[in-house]
Ligand binder design. Structure first.
Ligand SMILES: [Zn+2]
Length: 63
């Protein structure tokens, strides 16, 4: 059996905020779940949360 690839790596290296507009949310739902679980940052512009601040266009620490 082939190892399961990391779904996050399939996502382009762009902010969640932009990926959603590219319909990447529906196409890469599992990868999105990985990026938003136990979030550390909130996007002040779009209100999205992620555990990787590089995935947000205007990140603000949650804690
Ligand atoms: Zn944003």
């Amino acid at each position: 059996m082939a190892p399961t690839p990391n779904p996050v790596k399939k996502l382009k290296d762009k902010e969640l905020c932009k990926l959603v507009k590219d319909d990447a949310l529906a196409e890469s739902l599992e990868a999105f779940k990985k990026l938003v679980e136990q979030p550390t940052h909130l996007c002040l512009k779009c209100g999205r949360a992620s555990n990787d601040k590089k995935r947000l266009c205007k990140p603000e620490r949650l804690t």
